[in-house]
Design a protein around this ligand. Structure first.
Ligand code: 5GP
Length: 115
């Protein structure tokens, strides 16, 4: 069964898409944690970073160049932003389709709480 993100990429369910090319698609997170909260997702379904193989390197690299472009388009490239990739249970991954969070538009504070 396709992931929720594959269904957004295919247009089966709606998403606020901000960027799309032949390797990745980016759309607004449904539950934003910052003024800018974008998810950058490979068009090919890969469950977790633990499943990434050499054949995926082009898409993985494109996630970064897309992030740079989206940050510029949304006006946060000068103020800065954070890129996060959660992996599996301890990493807090909820959707098992690799994705990069692009967060910005405010000061994001420390990377992690000290708990
Ligand atoms: P994770 O915890 O897996 O790194 O992040 C999953 C993210 O996907 C969460 O920030 C969550 O808000 C977002 N999300 C879950 N379902 C949907 C959806 O249907 N549409 C969009 N745009 N975002 C979603």
């Amino acid at each position: 069964m396709p992931s929720i993100f594959s269904r957004i990429i295919s247009g089966e369910i709606p998403g606020q898409i901000v960027y799309r090319d032949e390797l990745v698609t980016a759309f607004r997170d449904i539950n934003p944690l910052a003024p800018v909260h974008i998810l950058i997702v490979p068009n090919t379904e890969i469950a977790t970073v633990d499943d990434v193989e050499a054949a995926h390197e082009a898409a993985m690299g494109r996630m970064f160049t897309a992030a740079r472009q989206i940050a510029r388009d949304l006006g946060i490239s000068e103020s800065g932003y954070r890129l996060i990739v959660n992996v599996k249970d301890d990493g807090g991954q909820e959707v098992y389709h690799v994705h990069m969070h692009l967060l910005g538009g405010k000061k994001l504070g420390r990377m992690l709480s000290s708990e």
